[in-house]
Design a protein around this ligand. Structure first.
Ligand code: ASP
Length: 331
């Protein structure tokens, strides 16, 4: 029977799903490997023929861009051998690792399904086993082929470019504010009724060499001071998280435009949802003013994802116009 099952590779990278608490569910540290994670998922052997790879054992804040590039290379290497890949990791940066993989893997790559847990295995109602089982079902499903990386959490299926961690502790921490989930898992059925438009990969992971460009993020707050040159020192690009549909205090526009003459400056909304305006307002500090002064719009991408896209574009030697075009092509 197992000869007829899809082959799924489970790659583990630590996080709460792999964390063992000392007592009473407290002081958890990532420790569990793939065998222990799979042992907590009764029935996994009926979903797929699973092989495993222990890739990292980190809290996800310690993952690096180089780790994700290496993960993308691993997926390429195993592409001919498996039907799908499940990646388990910490939830803190899951929206970013999944988006970076989305930019690095082409449409022929096997589906990569990322998941994690909000409650560690020592807590009542631990969600890791259920999330892992759902992720296995999606990675093994023909419905997931050709869609690129997906995030599966609490039985919902999300696209990397929309998904965000929206809560510190809820087991429903993940949502896609701009689009909603594209599918779900019920019992053993994987449903993906909203099939996404798939883009080509931005660049092959093999083409990237360390160190990757460095891009900073600055969030604008009420009464923000003009940026000083030091704010951009050492960075190859800057993402500015701006008010609402694309606004900053008028007093800081000159400083942003000045930095924009030296490195690309991308603006993203700090609201958490929605797309930036282009031509609704014309006051100093408005979206029209900022775009006219050379800032690049992230459109509907949030700041963290805009930073990753900008890093890859700078790595690919894209000029300002190419960067602007690529951001405009993202929705
Ligand atoms: N701190 C953890 C991590 O991201 C949180 C989690 O996994 O939910 O590794």
């Amino acid at each position: 029977m197992s000869g007829h099952l899809p082959h799924v590779l489970v790659v583990t990278m630590g996080g709460t799903i792999a964390s063992v608490p000392a007592a009473d569910g407290r002081d958890a540290v990532p420790r569990l490997g793939p065998a222990e994670l799979l042992a907590s998922v009764p029935g996994a052997e009926r979903v797929a023929t699973v092989r495993t790879e222990s890739f990292r054992q980190y809290p996800s804040g310690d993952l690096t861009l180089a780790d994700v590039v290496e993960l993308a290379q691993l997926v390429h290497k195993r592409a001919g051998e498996v039907d799908g890949v499940v990646v388990t990791q910490g939830t803190d940066t899951l929206e970013e690792t999944s988006f970076l993989l989305d930019l690095l893997l082409d449409r022929d790559a096997p589906p990569v399904v990322l998941t994690g847990a909000m409650r560690n295995p020592g807590l009542p109602g631990a969600d890791g086993p259920g999330n892992l089982l759902a992720a296995l079902r999606v990675a093994a499903s023909p419905a997931a082929r050709g869609l690129g990386p997906l995030v599966v959490f609490a039985d919902e299926i999300h696209l990397p470019r929309f998904v965000r961690k929206l809560h510190t502790s809820s087991i429903h921490a993940f949502g896609s504010p701009n689009a909603g989930p594209v599918g779900w898992v019920t019992e053993d059925r994987v449903r993906i009724p909203l099939v996404p438009r798939r883009r080509e990969a931005l660049c092959a992971p093999e083409s990237l060499s360390a160190p990757l460009p460095s891009v900073g993020i600055i969030r604008i707050g009420l009464g923000a001071e003009p940026l000083r040159p030091e704010h951009a020192a050492g960075f190859d690009g800057l993402v500015v998280e701006v008010f609402g549909g694309g606004h900053v205090p008028s007093s800081i526009v000159d400083s942003l435009a000045e930095i924009g003459t030296r490195v690309p400056v991308v603006m993203a909304t700090r609201t958490g949802a929605g797309e930036l305006y282009e031509s609704t307002y014309a006051f100093p500090g408005s979206e029209r003013d900022l775009l006219g002064r050379g800032l690049i719009s992230a459109g509907a991408l949030d700041g963290a994802k805009a930073r990753l896209l900008l890093i890859l574009l700078i790595a690919a030697d894209a000029g300002t116009d190419a960067i602007r075009d690529r951001f405009a092509a993202i929705p």
